[in-house]
Design a binder for this molecule. Sequence first.
Ligand SMILES: [Zn+2]
Ligand SMILES: [Zn+2]
Length: 297
Amino acid sequence: MKCDKCSAPAVLFQKYSGLHLCKTHFFADVEKKIKREVRKEKIEGTLAIAFSGGKDSAVALSVLNDLFSHRGVDIIAISIDEGITGYRENALESAAILVAELGVRWEVASFEQHFGIRIDHVNERPCTVCGILRRSLLNRLAKAVGASTLATGHNLDDEAQTVQMNYLRGDIDRLLRLDHPAKEGLVRRVKPLKYVPEKEVALYAILKGIPINLDECRFSAGVFRAEVRDMLNELELKHPGTKYALVKGLERILQLTNRLPFELGQCTRCSEPAVGTLCQSCNVLDKLRSTSQDRAT
Ligand SMILES: [Zn+2]
Ligand SMILES: [Zn+2]
């Protein structure tokens, strides 16, 4: 098969666009989607990139570094050690290779240091706990390094799943908070890979030779997310463009609702942003402490 934009051999067929693309045109297509997404916000000062060492954040770090490091923007990769024996050590090893290659500043923080827990020791819903604590610690770290913006590696599949899960749960409040504008105490987020399908992120990393860690975390991402993922993959096969439509549709809703402001106060304990009196991470840490006490008595 030949590329539809030149005559070079195609490396990919995009069912949703109907295009065969060669390596060069595929790279250009991914980079165009990333640029379009980050141009929505003005990136200046310090840009922190949440960097796990996996394919998504490695591609985000590599492309954003190419785009911004020559424009006077300081790039800082930030990684979290959740305390998952075996998995995180490997991921941090491949992370170290890429940051050395790119020559970017790198900060690592652990749950153990900041919250006194390891995900290894969490028995109930480790993925939920991990997600809440990770979001919170990333925000704290981004503030600590003086970042104006925090980029995360969520790809089109992640986003479509999250949007669909919230629709199916009827959790419209959470849906409207997915793409929040900058708020007091909350570092502005960008998701450069938001419109790049997961498979294309992987292909981009492989063809570019970006070092990535392929290990999967041994805590599965949750049954409901896996069901929604399978459902969306099936729909995407039959109706190419479904995932894009879901994510784009939410963007339109947010425009129409003019991004309804949501109330955000301060956590009475740690002063991080909170919807109630305590922030999500303090809430989840309280629950962990009370369940471990129950077990002790
Ligand atoms: Zn081409
Ligand atoms: Zn708190």
